[in-house]
Design a binder for this molecule. Structure first.
Ligand SMILES: C[S@@+](CC[C@H](N)C(=O)[O-])C[C@H]1O[C@@H](n2cnc3c(N)ncnc32)[C@H](O)[C@@H]1O
Length: 341
């Protein structure tokens, strides 16, 4: 943010209130695939408008605004190029955030327009807008579902090797990634630990897509893919159950139910690893506080503090044994069965 609330209160507040101008400008550029079109060399607005079927003057105004935000560069001859941030708008590049920007600009944005509903009722605005829950919607709408899964991979890929390094997986034999999406984290853990076997567990449409990626990585021999409903069961007998950005999707009762399924399914000295942000007890600007609101709006979940994770684990007959930080705003929170020492 450019304006500090203490120094320029009216401008700081106005900047907050117009934040959606920025997010929608970035979203429209992502939707039109502008960064992919600029992949090789700067291009004129006329060319971009022709290739995207848009109005040249309006597209020019969008591009000019995004130059001012540092997404594109203005080059000689009325041409535009990519900044490093603009490169992350490309579809197939290291650090791509395109799918995440699409899902944020579409379903999330529609739901956030009804934040007031969530704050008034305590219920997800998403359900109010779409008349169904987030994960039922994604299961029924294949294109939105695929974009959401890629969006999760956008944010999971960069953190995956740091998570794989943060925890000593080498002393385990089988890891189940519950709600593992496209398997970005499990693939990194298996790549970093050649002796380890993995099971990717998620709902059927997600598993169908994930299988292709696991085959491409050459991990199929060590990684099974199983479709199912984690509220009913999870694969039995493994020694590690990892859940990244799964528990924050749900309220305490639903979260305890998922953790309870893992606790009952795991081997005798098994571990449950929850990978989430741990909410810090301070009031400064923090991404987690806004992510927490997003969870309320989208699925009725929440971000939690260490104390809240201890209580949640207790509800699932687990004992929180350690919290291992990573360089990302994600920690590995380990739990064992209560009766284990
Ligand atoms: C926020 S995403 C996290 C994906 C992945 N762990 C990551 O961090 O990239 C939540 C995942 O939970 C899965 N999920 C939702 N409901 C489920 C259910 N009932 N059983 C199994 N998986 C479920 C979704 O399909 C999705 O892949």
């Amino acid at each position: 943010m450019r304006y500090e609330a203490e120094g320029f209160p009216p401008l700081a507040l106005l900047e907050m209130a117009t934040g959606y101008w920025v997010s929608q400008a970035v979203y429209v550029a992502a939707k039109l695939g502008i960064a992919d079109l600029l992949g090789k060399e700067p291009r004129s607005c006329q060319e971009l408008a022709r290739d995207t079927g848009t109005d040249p003057d309006s597209l020019y105004r969008l591009m000019r605004a995004l130059v001012s935000l540092g997404v594109f560069t203005a080059e000689e001859g009325d041409r535009f190029g990519l900044t490093p941030a603009g490169q992350c708008l490309q579809s197939h590049t290291i650090g791509s955030m395109r799918a995440m920007i699409l899902t944020l600009g579409e379903e999330h944005y529609q739901a956030w327009a009804h934040l007031l509903h969530s704050v008034s009722t305590g219920k997800p605005a998403f359900d109010h807008v779409y008349q169904t829950t987030l994960f039922q919607y994604l299961a029924k709408n294949a294109a939105a579902g695929r974009t959401f899964d890629q969006a999760m991979a956008n944010v999971t890929v960069p953190a995956s090797f740091a998570i794989a390094r943060a925890y000593p997986f080498s002393s385990s034999s089988t890891v189940v990634d519950v709600g593992g999406g496209q398997g970005a984290l499990l693939r990194a853990i298996l790549t970093a630990n050649p002796e380890l076997n993995g099971i990717l567990f998620d709902v059927p449409p997600v598993i169908e897509e994930a299988k292709k990626l696991i085959n491409t990585d050459g991990l199929a021999g060590r990684c099974a893919t199983i479709a199912g409903d984690m509220f009913k069961w999870v694969p039995r007998g493994a020694d590690v159950y990892i859940l990244k950005n799964v528990i924050h999707d749900w309220d305490d009762d639903r979260s305890a139910k998922i953790l309870g399924k893992c606790q009952r399914a795991m081997a005798r000295n098994g571990k449950v690893l929850v990978v989430e942000s741990v909410m810090a007890p301070y009031d400064g600007l923090s991404f987690e506080k806004l992510l927490d609101l997003n969870m309320l709006v989208i699925s009725g979940g929440r971000e939690r503090s260490e104390v809240e994770y201890r209580a949640l684990f207790d509800k699932a007959s687990l004992r929180l044994t350690k919290i291992l930080p990573t360089p990302f705003p994600l920690s590995v929170i380990e739990g064992v069965r209560k009766e284990c020492s």
